[in-house]
Each structure stands twice: as C-alpha cells, then as structure tokens.
Design a protein around this ligand. Structure first.
Ligand SMILES: Nc1ncnc2c1ncn2[C@@H]1O[C@H](COP(=O)(O)OP(=O)(O)OP(=O)(O)O)[C@@H](O)[C@H]1O
Length: 312
C-alpha cells in the first residue's frame, strides 16, 4: 500500500489555445492537509478535476488512493466543487443523504448520519427545512456535510472559504482539522494565504499552470532568511561590521537580512561593541513572503486583488 493519497506526474491540460496546467507533479501524503495556493486562473480547479478523474489530462497521469484510474476511488472521495449547488426543494437532511448516495452510501444510512452531522454542526433545527429556505452560509455547510457523509478517505474542497463569513470560515477550519485528526486526507484550494498558513503543514504553490513549490510550509518559509529590525543609540563603532555593509540606518533603525552566521555573533558584536541596543526584533518570514519569492511579485499581487474583489 502506498503512503500517498495522490501521486500525480506530468499533468498537462490545454483548453483550445490556453495551457491551463503545464506539467504538474504532486504527491500528497495520506492524512495530511494540503493547501493549493494560487491566484484565480492559476490552474487550481483544472488540477483538482484531473486529480479526481473528472477530466482527463492531455499528458501525464494520477494514482488516487492507490487506484490507477482515479474514478475507481470515487466512493472513498468527497468533492466540494467551486460551483456550489443543491436542489432547492430538497430538505437539508435529504440533500446530504442524496450526495452520500451518489458516492455509494445507502440512502437510509445517509439520512441517519445527516441528522447527526447537522446536529453536530449546530444546524439540527434546519434538518427538515428546504434548501431554498436556508441562508447562504447554512446551505454551504449542508453541501459540505454532503461531501463527508459517506466518510471518505480523501476530501477535496475547491475554494471552500469563498463566500463564507468569518464565523462560518472558522467552523469550516474546525471541520477540516477534525477530519484530518480522524486520518482523512484533505486538499483544498485557496487564493487566501492566511487560510493555508493557519491550516496546513503542506502547501503546493501554483502559478501559471505550474507548481514551483510543494512541501512543508516551514520548508517554504525557510527558503528566506529572517529579517532583523534593530534600534541602536550609537550609529558608529566596530560593531557595524556585524551588520551587512550596504545597510544604512533610518534614524536610529536598521533593517537587514540576518547574516548566514546567525543570531549569536550579531548579538555578541552589538553588546561587546557598546552599540546601545534599544530594541531588536528578528522575524521569520511568513508564507506570504515565501509565496512572493517562489511564485513572483505578479502572482502575489494578483492574489491580493482576488481577495479584495471577493471582499468588496
Ligand atoms: N473549460 C474551460 N475552457 C476554456 N478555458 C478554461 C476552461 N477551464 C479553465 N480554463 C482556463 O484555464 C485557466 C486555469 O483555470 P482554472 O479554473 O483551473 O484556475 P483556478 O486557479 O481554479 O482559478 P479560478 O479560481 O478563477 O477558477 C484559466 O485561464 C481559465 O480561463
């Protein structure tokens, strides 16, 4: 048995003259939460659809939960597509059971589980309401519960945080974590760095149909050196040789990248040289800085615009 829920190699997809996905390799360890992070149009949805076997790649291939044909794993997979939609005349609990039935769960069992899931989500009172009567956030929760009702081994969520208010986003984060704690592999796509940073140990950065980085979030952050913000009383002294030569003070503040030699030699030079340290902060770069370094300024700026548009 493979340790990977997903093993994809060389995925390519063209739509007419658009190369939506341009040679993607991706392995996802079982039990992990992977965030696929990139701006709109980067190729997230197309990649997810190929991983699941919903569309065929033009080149490359994917093993899903050990199956050579991804669709053969369908009963063990839960998928929340980007386009949400439920039958408006169905009652909430029935809508969940119906989605489970599409993935092989007997309807009666699905109905029982649906009521339990709705209770746990604090929506027990809405179980018998028709979907059309639910708020947008409630309907989205119902669809999400329909994605997990058959107890899949792998959950794939396409932009699950889009359109949710802060309260429902926090609920969704809790649900994703609890699924992962139960051993389920979770993949979600997002154009919001904070979601990936809060939830994932693993991240795949996607831009222009390519994945220039996939691995641990910490590994992405470690690609950049920590940044130092220092305030000194003095401006001159032998200690200045511990600061990069090109760094000039702004007033009494110094901003520079921590030298390869690390923190201790810097501290020693400052203290022994009587620099008069007033304040010192050493900041490890966040995922945002790592994203800029890996995917480029343009992709990062596009992602910020996507977020602003969504919030507007
Ligand atoms: N069925 C299609 N026909 C033509 N072009 C497509 C089709 N699906 C996707 N594309 C194009 O492929 C590129 C990648 O789209 P994709 O939907 O995979 O990106 P995404 O990262 O999921 O962004 P979004 O969140 O905006 O959907 C885009 O340029 C898009 O316009």
């Amino acid at each position: 048995m493979s340790d990977y829920a997903i093993e994809a190699h060389g995925l390519v997809k063209n739509f007419d003259d658009v190369r939506a996905v341009d040679g993607i390799d991706l392995t996802v360890p079982k039990g992990s939460i992977l965030g696929i992070l990139g701006p709109n149009g980067a190729g997230k949805t197309t990649t997810l659809r190929m991983l699941l076997g919903i569309i065929d790649p033009d080149e490359g291939g994917c093993r899903l939960l050990g199956h050579e044909r991804p669709l053969d794993a369908a009963h063990d997979v839960g998928y929340l597509p980007e386009e949400r939609g439920l039958y408006p005349a169905m009652k909430a609990f029935d809508a969940i059971a119906f989605m489970g039935a599409l993935r092989g769960l007997p309807l009666a069992e699905g109905r029982q589980r649906a009521r339990v899931l709705l209770d746990e989500a604090g929506l027990g009172h809405a179980a018998d309401k028709e979907v059309r009567m639910l708020s947008k956030g409630m309907a989205q929760t119902v669809q999400l519960l329909g994605t997990i009702v058959h107890r899949p081994k792998l959950i794939v969520l396409d932009e699950p945080f889009s359109g949710l208010d802060a309260l429902n986003q926090a609920k969704l984060e809790r649900l994703i974590r609890s699924q992962a704690e139960a051993g389920v592999t979770v993949i979600f796509s997002t154009h919001v760095i904070a979601h990936a940073e809060r939830l994932c140990e693993d991240v795949a950065i996607i831009a222009g149909g390519k994945i220039p980085f996939s691995g641990k979030v910490s590994e992405a952050r470690d690609r950049l050196r920590p940044q130092v913000r220092l305030e000194t009383r003095c401006l001159e002294g032998a200690w200045r040789s511990a600061i990069p030569a090109e760094c000039q003070p702004e007033g009494h503040f110094w901003h520079f990248t921590l030298p390869e030699t690390g923190v201790e030699p810097l501290l020693k030079a400052l203290v022994e040289g009587d620099a008069g340290v007033q304040s010192l902060a050493i900041e490890r770069p966040g995922l945002h800085d790592a994203f800029v370094a890996i995917a480029g300024e343009a992709a990062a700026a596009q992602m910020e615009r996507d977020q602003e548009e969504e919030e507007a």
